[in-house]
Design a protein around this ligand. Structure first.
Ligand SMILES: [Zn+2]
Length: 112
């Protein structure tokens, strides 16, 4: 018998589960400095998240629409690239999320 479906991760469900973490991750890096789509895809891949441009760009746009990110076109060689930075509101949201993440971390990892 082949590997059961239960054992196999469901990429769509995982994406749903991790989307908040991905958003926080993006916000974290955008608070540290300018980020751009492809760079962020590579950064997320380094952390084990596989996200396509088709999923990441709407996510970035959504964060921008919420006022957490601001973007601008920047020329890089011959191509234009859209770079994103966290706004003061985005930094505030990120700071507020830290205590929630810490609490979740304690519960998930340390079991209390
Ligand atoms: Zn990172």
């Amino acid at each position: 018998m082949s590997k059961s479906k239960i054992e196999q991760a469901n990429p769509a469900a995982d994406r749903d589960l991790y989307s908040g973490l991905i958003r926080l991750h993006v916000l974290h890096h955008a608070a540290e400095g300018p980020v751009f789509g492809l760079g962020m895809i590579e950064e997320l891949a380094r952390h084990g998240y596989r996200i396509s441009p088709g999923s990441l760009y709407p996510l970035l746009k959504g964060l921008e629409k919420k006022g957490y990110l601001r973007s601008a076109e920047k020329r890089s060689g011959r191509s234009l690239r859209r770079v994103y930075r966290a706004t003061p509101l985005g930094r505030k949201a990120l700071a507020a999320s830290k205590s929630k993440v810490r609490e979740l971390f304690h519960e998930l990892i340390e079991g209390d």
